[in-house]
Write a protein that binds this ligand. Structure first.
Ligand SMILES: NC(=O)c1ccc[n+]([C@@H]2O[C@H](COP(=O)([O-])OP(=O)(O)OC[C@H]3O[C@@H](n4cnc5c(N)ncnc54)[C@H](OP(=O)(O)O)[C@@H]3O)[C@@H](O)[C@H]2O)c1
Length: 193
């Protein structure tokens, strides 16, 4: 069965962005060493507009071949004209307000998102990349099988949480920790079922 992995950037204190979700400031830690790591380990998580200038748009997907994101997360790219941010993967955008998809490569999910993810898990292939944001992650929190957390060395005090989910002890096993010269740390976890 395919896994749903929440692959996400956070501050030290666990926020994925400012209170309005804006996480543009995290890009200051995406430097040469870190880009090399992402390119070699998780090339499919680099959006198409970033892959083309790096000359890596033909790299094979390693972990994920499907990506699902909330409409507000999709909007970040849409606002700058990017209608197909992960052209190298099957793309799902969860929305009730988008009557039709802005791009033929993007499928809109407007029904039961948990049922949709469970159906996707039954299919063959690589894993499913949960791109965010907090709203969608909160609804899918019990479907998350693995976490890849990119923690950047900044303390925000408040902001958008990793997930808008209710309190519960959801246990994970630590699989790996990798630190970088710029202070970024990538930790990976598997869900204890
Ligand atoms: N730090 C990071 O790595 C990272 C990664 C991703 C995102 N982000 C940030 O997260 C922010 C967005 O997060 P967010 O929590 O505000 O929103 P979100 O989860 O990206 O999207 C929420 C929207 O998804 C749709 N939706 C959610 N559940 C649905 C359901 N069950 N059925 C149908 N549609 C559903 C709704 O869209 P409609 O209103 O169209 O119905 C809802 O308004 C962005 O600012 C982005 O920058 C950060």
């Amino acid at each position: 069965m395919r896994k749903l992995s929440y692959f996400i950037a956070t501050s030290i204190d666990g926020f994925i962005g400012a209170p309005d979700g804006d996480g543009e400031f995290f890009t200051q830690w995406v430097d040469g060493e870190f880009i090399d790591y992402l390119t070699s380990e998780y090339p499919e998580t680099l959006p198409t507009p970033g892959r083309i200038p790096l000359g890596i748009d033909d790299l094979e997907n390693k972990h994920f071949d499907t990506v699902i994101q909330g409409r507000a997360t999709y909007d970040v790219g849409l606002k700058v004209g990017c209608t197909s941010p992960y052209a190298h993967a099957r793309q799902y955008v969860v929305s009730r307000s988008l009557a039709e998809s802005p791009d033929p490569a993007v499928e809109i999910v407007s029904g039961d998102v948990v049922a949709k993810v469970r159906a996707l898990k039954q299919e063959d292939g690589l894993g499913i990349y949960l791109c965010g944001g907090a709203n969608l992650a909160g609804q899918l929190v019990d479907e998350i099988d693995a976490l890849v957390i990119k923690t950047y060395p900044v303390f925000l005090g408040s902001g958008m949480p990793l997930a808008d989910a209710g309190f519960a002890l959801r246990e994970f096993t630590l699989d790996s920790v990798r630190s970088f010269g710029n202070g970024a740390v990538v930790t990976t976890y598997s869900r204890k079922r």
